[in-house]
Design a protein around this ligand. Structure first.
Ligand SMILES: NC(=O)C1=CN([C@@H]2O[C@H](COP(=O)(O)OP(=O)(O)OC[C@H]3O[C@@H](n4cnc5c(N)ncnc54)[C@H](OP(=O)(O)O)[C@@H]3O)[C@@H](O)[C@H]2O)C=CC1
Ligand SMILES: O=C([O-])CC(=O)C(=O)O
Length: 266
């Protein structure tokens, strides 16, 4: 049985705990949250994983695998030290890698620890195809992230516009994946994932749209290259606990964990 430390206990983390309850091959043994979140995390654990303690750091021993579902800051704070200690890590906050030098730091930490960091596909599909197509050469990759206006609350999209008053779609950002991930850390992880699998953070064209006509998170990728071309649209149901986040992200994290424990992985 693999012993898992989960970083973050919000919309994704709490759903991961729920789905792993009773799993024969994986056990959540620690949940890492900020000091001010300890009491709430402990109350949730009482319900779904009694006996598991909430903590403010990943335990230095007794952990086989770390999964991050917390946000950009948690990568520096918890993932890098775990990798250096030799613990493999699974990362959901892929947009964090848009910060200059962070991808290199993760690689160096994993090499130092003789382990590996895995970036999950999260809310998007087709990452396997895109990463394979890159080997033959890609000419262009375009990503559009379309979400209901409420999913853009608390982001720069609110500057100069009333999201509640939108009556038609509104392009709130157009530019590179690097800029998108830096400006919209909770809404542009997919932009970063698509770019890291494909043409890179600076050559991937990103459009972010607030659209009152949708109630799902719609992610579209269009790629062209030596392999041919593809278009993929995902219509993802958002999590009730966080409209910015698609439920598929939870399943993607659980899939990554189960694949680590499985004899046959797909
Ligand atoms: N790859 C993908 O496709 C996607 C990735 N994501 C990423 O996943 C992250 C989590 O999403 P979601 O669960 O919806 O977000 P929530 O805001 O619901 O939950 C975040 C959780 O992480 C905790 N947390 C925040 N900072 C730290 C830290 N430094 N150390 C430990 N715990 C911390 C929070 O604690 P507290 O509440 O006490 O602050 C909270 O428990 C997002 O920030 C985003 O970057 C999201 C959607 C898709
Ligand atoms: O969960 C989603 O739909 C995607 C998301 O928020 C992101 O790209 O950060």
């Amino acid at each position: 049985m693999l012993r898992v430390a989960l970083i973050g206990c919000g919309a994704i983390g709490s759903s991961v705990i729920e789905l792993l309850k009773g799993d024969a091959s994986l056990a959540v043994v620690a949940v890492v949250v900020p000091q001010e979140g300890l009491a709430a995390a402990q109350a949730l654990l009482q319900k779904f994983a009694p006996g598991v303690q909430a903590a403010t750091a990943v335990p230095a021993s007794g952990v086989d695998l770390v999964v991050e579902t917390a946000g950009h800051a948690a990568i520096e704070e918890h993932v890098l030290p775990a990798l250096r200690r030799g613990t493999p890590c699974v990362v959901a906050s892929v947009g964090a890698l848009s910060a200059q030098g962070l991808a290199e730091k993760l690689e160096i930490a994993a090499i130092t620890g003789g382990t590996q960091v895995q970036l999950i596909a999260g809310a998007i599909g087709g990452i396997d195809a895109l990463a394979a197509a890159r080997i033959g050469g890609l000419d262009s990759v375009r990503y559009t992230g379309r979400k209901p206006p409420r999913a853009w609350k608390g982001t720069p999209a609110e500057q100069g516009r009333d999201l509640d008053a939108l009556s038609a779609e509104c392009v709130i950002f157009e530019g590179s994946a690097r800029e998108a991930a830096a400006l919209y850390p909770k809404n542009a992880n997919v932009a970063a994932t698509v770019s890291l699998a494909g043409l890179g953070l600076d050559r991937t064209h990103v459009r972010l749209v607030a659209d009152p006509a949708v109630d799902e998170n719609v992610h579209t990728v269009e790629a062209e290259g030596a392999f041919g071309r593809f278009e993929l649209s995902m219509h993802n149901k958002p999590l009730a606990a966080n409209p910015k986040t698609s439920a598929l992200t939870v399943y993607s994290a659980v899939r990554a964990l189960r694949n680590r424990a499985a004899a046959l992985a797909i």
